[in-house]
Design a binder for this molecule. Structure first.
Ligand code: TYM
Length: 333
């Protein structure tokens, strides 16, 4: 098989949740054996929210532990911390010179932040897609395993890479595309009836990989439903459809059919469904939860992994950056 270059990252905002796992990490696990993969912890990106230093470090460590617990193999792929690569902010700065206010203001994730956190609309938020483009194109990636929510950012990464090629008359950057092994990019729903599983709607909206059985039972019991079907064979409300979608992921097809039939015949009891789903979720996540606990106590392993990742990723990034410096006109005397 022809090996492609793959890049993807996750912001360290605490623990990984089921959306991160199914939208991104499950693809990483397979891809690492098939391609030349760079997976990182996007800690520069989390600076937009001004985390305190102790929290930032703890969160980076936790994502590293959870990446390893999920099965990322640092000997097979390149697993690194974004802030270990000064080449990334250097490329980001170069790309920023050709990124325009108007196009950045039109990005959906930026507009959402302007709406939800009007007191902290900083320049880092506006240029977030530029930094993300730098993350991706610094290794000349062609595929980027991400969930559906990142599609627009990938389009911008193509725009900025192509623009650099055109302006400096070269072909340094290939075009990166969002990727999922399934037919389509994935969007895992949250528990509170809204769109995607995301921490921005509170911890009650997400199932974290590390959540204990009691926490999962509690969160599932509070999952949003509706007043129940009043006529046979109607379309479930979005909140109930979310629960069916989660059953599809962690339970059996028989169980999904069972609850869909009960719904269609107006005899469903959401309490039973939620209890059943919680137990299957607990079983689904148990092996990862156990590995997280073991890896977390192995400080020597974590140090080794970070050093190895930094070395491999820097070599790749520096090569691209040297080409960019040359193309721009930063030449040695
Ligand atoms: P982040 O940290 O919000 O999410 C990490 C990954 O998890 C996916 N994801 C989901 N997929 C399906 N359903 C969900 N409910 C769900 N929630 C999260 C995201 O699509 C993502 O793949 N900007 C990125 C991080 C990043 C990055 C990059 C990714 C920075 N640089 C370069 C790829 C390449 C972000 O905030 O993802």
């Amino acid at each position: 098989m022809n090996k492609e270059i793959i890049v993807s990252g996750i912001r360290p905002t605490g623990n990984l949740h089921l959306g991160n796992y199914l939208g991104a990490v499950t693809n990483f696990l397979k891809m690492q054996h098939e391609h030349n993969c760079f997976f990182f912890i996007a800690d520069y990106h989390s600076l937009t929210t001004h985390p305190n230093p102790a929290d930032l470090h703890a969160n980076v460590r936790q994502v590293l532990v959870e990446y390893l617990a999920c099965g990322l193999d640092p000997e097979v792929c390149t697993l690194y911390i974004q802030s270990d690569l000064p080449q990334i902010p250097e490329l980001y700065m170069m790309l920023n010179m050709h990124a325009y206010k108007g196009e950045l203001e039109r990005v959906a994730s930026f507009k959402e932040k302007v709406r939800t956190q009007p007191d902290n609309v900083n320049a880092g938020l506006l240029t977030y897609p530029v930094l993300m483009a730098a993350d991706i194109i610094i290794h000349k990636a062609t595929k980027v395993p991400v969930g559906k929510d990142q599609e627009q950012h990938l389009e911008m990464a193509r725009t900025f890479g192509n623009r650099f090629n055109r302006i400096y008359n070269n072909s340094i950057f290939p075009e990166p595309y969002a990727f999922n092994y399934g037919k389509e990019l994935v969007k895992i729903p949250g528990l509170l009836g809204g769109g995607k599983m995301s921490k921005s709607d509170g911890d009650g909206n997400v199932i974290n990989l590390i959540d204990s059985p009691e926490t999962i039972r509690k969160k599932m019991s509070k999952a949003v439903t509706d007043a129940g079907p009043t006529e046979p064979n109607t379309q479930p409300s979005p909140a109930v459809q979310n629960l069916f979608d989660l059953i599809k992921i962690v339970s059996t097809e028989d169980k999904l059919n069972h609850y869909q039939n009960l719904y269609a015949t107006c005899s469903i009891r959401y309490g039973d469904l939620k209890k059943d789903l919680a137990e299957d979720m607990i079983i689904y996540l148990q092996p990862i939860r156990e590995k997280i606990a073991t890896i977390s106590s192995d400080a020597a392993l974590l140090k080794r992994v970070v050093e190895l990742g930094r070395e491999k990723a820097s070599a790749s990034a520096q090569k691209t950056l040297d080409e960019c410096r040359e193309a721009i006109g930063f030449k040695s005397f």
